[in-house]
Design a binder for this molecule. Structure first.
Ligand code: C5P
Length: 306
């Protein structure tokens, strides 16, 4: 059982106030792009996880946990518990999504494991677990996991887990600049709170950008580039100042828009079309401002059996 699952970039990440439960209220416009991890679920004596880079990918898998705390392992355990079966599965993960890069790679693997294990253990004719059940389990695993099931382009509210598909026309072409070493998502959120407190600014109530929605609905890459916005970007830049150079290089090289992806440190650049993306990727690579440069397009579907 093999499941392919995409990375995400946040087209808009509006961060509201810190809630009592330690999360922030968000408006999170997710966009799934054609950079895929693959999770294979093979019956085994007990739950096992292995992680390796996908063929031809330059992703470093160092530091990814392979024990029960791996998010994909937790997904398998949840599905097994719901179906009353032992979690006897080996999860073989092949990564092309940067680790701790702000592209929801761990969440993607969890979503893939949910789909693969449900397929492995649930009744094919009359499944116990519906699509909605999987979305609920996904939300228990993490705020970004439901979107990795859904894919496409979607607006997430609450923690980011309550999703509504967004109208998007055509295909958008992206270049991603990865950085050596990841950033911790809780640390970036905490830095965002710290910067706001130091500025004496209350967090605004997050709202969907009308300009962004209009650009998506009409397939207007230039408009989308201008509307990209990430409230976590100042915090990611404070924790990783070298990203300023990366973003500036992309802008100077003619990207239609540039931003830190999620909590970073991967930077995303929007190109006008496929050819422009190829040029931009080569130029960014040459500028020496990234650990690696990859191209991808979106939107693409969420976790899919292959
Ligand atoms: O939901 P997930 O486990 O992926 O979140 C990781 C961390 O990111 C949380 O522990 C929290 O620090 C931060 N977070 C947040 N507000 C959100 C989503 C995540 O503060 N809406």
């Amino acid at each position: 059982m093999s499941v392919r699952v995409p990375a995400k970039v946040n087209l808009q990440l509006a961060v509201g106030p810190l809630r009592d439960d330690g999360y922030h209220d968000l408006v999170n416009v997710f966009h799934a792009v054609s950079l895929f991890d693959e999770v294979r679920a093979v019956p085994a004596a007990r739950l096992e996880v292995s992680v390796e880079p996908a063929p031809y990918s330059r992703v470093s898998v160092e530091g990814v946990p392979t024990g029960a705390d791996n998010l994909a392992a937790r997904a398998a355990t949840l599905v097994a518990a719901r179906l009353g079966t032992p979690p006897a599965v080996a999860l073989r993960i092949r990564k092309a999504i940067p680790v701790a890069g702000g592209m929801a790679g761990g969440s993607a693997d969890a979503a893939a494991a949910l789909v693969a294990c449900a397929r492995l253990w649930d009744d094919r004719e009359s499944p116990v677990l519906s699509r909605d059940d999987l979305l609920e389990l996904a939300a228990d695993l993490g705020s970004d996991v439901p979107f990795a099931l859904l894919g496409g382009t979607a607006i997430g509210v609450g923690r980011g887990e309550r999703l509504t598909p967004a109208l998007a026309r055509g295909t958008f072409h992206w270049v991603f600049a990865t950085a050596g070493g990841g950033l911790s998502t809780p640390a970036v959120y905490a830095e965002c709170d710290r910067i706001r407190a130091a500025d004496g600014r209350a967090a605004p109530r997050p709202r969907v950008s009308e300009d962004l929605m209009a650009a998506l609905a009409t397939g207007d890459a230039k408009g989308l580039g201008e509307a990209l916005d990430n409230d976590l970007q100042p915090a990611a830049l404070a924790l990783r100042p070298s990203l300023r150079r990366t973003l500036a290089a992309g802008r100077d090289l003619g990207a239609l828009g540039s931003l830190v992806s999620g909590s970073g440190p991967t930077c995303a650049f929007l190109a006008a079309n496929d050819e422009h993306a190829a040029e931009l990727a080569a130029d960014l690579d040459g500028a020496g401002v990234a650990a690696s440069v990859v191209r991808a397009s979106g939107p693409v579907p969420g976790a899919t059996l292959v």
